[in-house]
Design a protein around this ligand. Structure first.
Ligand code: URA
Ligand code: SF4
Length: 217
């Protein structure tokens, strides 16, 4: 990891409330593989009460996909259908995401898909800063298990949370950078594309750039 990546990572941990660098012992069974580890964590966090979003939870939406994925996609928060099923991106936005992936020749089951927060904000409001930071350690842990090589960040909320800034989506799209030491692309959230079809063309450009990098891995 480069020095810059390490500093960004430590900043992120600090923002997530991490003050000491050792893992809190959890009652997680030692797992023989990544998938089992992820499944154990998903079960362990099913009754998480660290933030107010726990109130609206029917199902924790931990994330899903290939535990050895080369690319990880990070969205914002579960919506109604995700809360009902416990699976990320299965509603209208998810169907568009599936088409976006198909258009760049990436199979959904080859990547890993997760969100910034794992429980649904009521009425699909944006998760608060408090909620995002409460949930972020779970995502960081998930990334450390899966060890993807590149990221695709979907939408402004995810980008601002991961980079700890308040820059615009356009800024994030144009200033491609690194997250946790890996090359990272930011594009429009599929739900935003459903509302604003004019953004489909710039999103397509982002996706093609992401595809080029993905195919080189
Ligand atoms: N929007 C998201 O950001 N994530 C989901 O899982 C579904 C919709
Ligand atoms: Fe816990 Fe994350 Fe759900 Fe908040 S959103 S209750 S931190 S799992």
């Amino acid at each position: 990891m480069s020095r810059r990546a390490l500093i960004q990572y430590l900043e992120l941990l600090k923002q997530s409330g991490v003050r000491q660098l050792y893992l809190t012992p959890k009652n997680i069974e030692a797992a023989p593989d990544k998938l089992q580890t992820l499944n154990n964590l998903k079960t362990a966090y099913g009754d998480c009460n660290k933030c107010p979003l726990a109130k609206g939870r029917i199902n924790l939406v931990y994330g899903e996909g290939n535990p050895n994925a080369k690319a990880m996609l990070i969205g914002e928060a579960p919506g109604e259908q995700e809360n009902d099923t416990g699976r990320p991106f299965v509603g209208a936005a998810g169907q568009l995401l599936d088409k976006m992936l198909a258009a760049i020749n990436i199979r959904r089951e080859d990547v890993y898909i997760a969100n910034i927060v794992k429980c649904r904000p009521e009425g699909n409001r944006n998760p608060s800063q408090e909620e995002r930071l409460a949930c972020l350690p779970y995502l960081v842990e998930q990334i450390n298990i899966i060890q993807p090589q590149i990221f695709l960040i979907l939408g402004l909320v995810a980008a601002q949370t991961l980079f700890g800034d308040s820059n615009t989506l356009t800024w994030h799209r144009e200033n491609r950078s690194e997250f946790m030491g890996r090359p990272t692309w930011v594009t429009y959230h599929p739900a935003a594309l459903l509302r604003n079809p004019n953004w489909k063309r710039p999103a397509w450009e982002d996706l093609q750039a992401f595809q080029q990098a993905y195919e080189k891995l």
